[in-house]
Design a protein around this ligand. Structure first.
Ligand code: PGA
Length: 237
């Protein structure tokens, strides 16, 4: 059963487009699955407003490692929480490509938890790393470092997402069995015991092949979450 659909809108929608889509899906969806819309920062207040009275959660795509500080251009987890944000994506490959390290991501995870945000921590290898045979060792260290500062109790409040970077659209998806093998590997080597989320070219047509309820309990979705019809189809897949 699919428990989570997390829509990562990246920087793809204008503010009016984001509000329109949020209003339309908020009116139609009661859940399950738990739907979380993650618009860009400037759209958070208006999308939050559009979701009032619905069961859809508001999410953010990143947060700072501190609640207050001299961090020009960063966004405080405390302020996100005050806006009604419930969940935050951390360590997305777009952020890692901009220079975010595992150490910084670990600090952000702690900050998010401190301010009662659910951290959705993304791990995954690039095509180059996969070709060099380093996919598993890299994913293992990403998971271990992201969780390194957390107690067991805190770890249970984290959602881990496996997103092979090379499979993020417009690339092609990984074979579901291969993604599930990586989930098993993560359990085996890190002691992680909960189902993960899968991300990377998920569509209404392939969602059920990834989300088997054992390895993966839901999906982080980019492109297929940007229009109402595929988004609703994902919720009913
Ligand atoms: P995609 O994006 O579904 O368009 O592959 C997923 C993501 O980057 O989170």
């Amino acid at each position: 059963m699919t428990h989570w659909i997390i829509a990562n809108w990246k920087m793809q929608l204008s503010l009016p487009e984001a509000v329109r889509l949020a209003r339309a899906v908020g009116r139609r969806h009661r859940g399950p699955p738990r739907l979380v819309l993650c618009p860009s920062f400037p759209a958070l207040p208006a999308v939050g407003q559009a979701l009032q009275g619905s069961s859809v959660w508001l999410g953010a795509q990143n947060c700072a490692r501190l609640a207050r500080g001299s961090l020009t251009g960063e966004v405080s987890p405390l302020d996100l929480r005050a806006l009604g944000v419930r969940l935050v994506i951390l360590g997305h490959s777009d952020r890692r490509a901009l220079g975010e390290t595992d150490g910084l991501i670990a600090e952000k995870v702690t900050a998010a938890l401190r301010h009662r945000l659910v951290p959705v921590v993304c791990v995954g290898e690039t095509l180059r790393e996969r070709r060099l045979g380093r996919a598993r060792s890299l994913v293992r260290s990403q998971v271990q470092l992201a969780l390194s500062r957390l107690t067991n109790q805190q770890q249970r409040r984290v959602i881990l997402t496996y997103e092979p970077v090379w499979a993020i659209s417009p690339a092609r998806p990984i074979a579901p069995s291969e993604a599930q093998r990586m989930a098993r590997f993560i359990w085996d080597v890190t002691g992680w015991r909960q189902p993960l989320l899968y991300g990377g070219s998920v569509t209404p047509g392939n969602l059920r092949r990834f989300v088997d309820g054992v390895h993966f309990a839901g999906a982080l979705v980019g492109k297929a979450s940007l229009r109402l019809t595929p988004l609703l189809a994902l919720l009913h897949a």
